[in-house]
Unconditional design. Structure first.
Length: 124
């Protein structure tokens, strides 16, 4: 069973994932370049949200991976459109934006699938 499958299944039982690098590196960046820390924190939050959507879809959508990708990509597209990096920007090509968001979604699934299933912490 892959990390993502185990994580998605564990979600149904009250999943609790510990960690993340952003809480660890944020204080280091704050010391070196204080004005970057809030931006790093926001990027970390957006990546965590994307990982959460991918994980949630894995646990709730009983379908092949390609159908899960189709199900979650519009949610990630919407999340990205509302992201801090999009503030004040206009999308000139919606189809290209959605294509890029789909690649990010697929990439996040690959990242999660690359992790050891022992990394999943399920709350008891």
């Amino acid at each position: 069973m892959s990390f993502l499958s185990k994580l998605g299944n564990g979600l149904k039982q009250g999943l609790n994932i510990a960690g993340g690098l952003f809480p660890i590196i944020s204080p280091i960046i704050s010391t070196i370049k204080p004005d970057l820390a809030p931006a790093i924190q926001k990027v970390g939050s957006e990546l965590t949200a994307i990982a959460g959507l991918v994980t949630l879809t894995e646990g709730l959508v009983n379908a092949p991976g390609s159908q899960k990708l189709e199900a979650v990509s519009p949610l990630v597209t919407s999340l990205l459109k509302q992201g801090e990096f999009m503030s004040g920007k206009e999308i000139a090509n919606d189809a290209l934006f959605a294509q890029g968001a789909k690649k990010i979604t697929d990439g996040m699934a690959d990242i999660l699938n690359s992790l050891s299933e022992n990394s999943v912490k399920v709350a008891r």
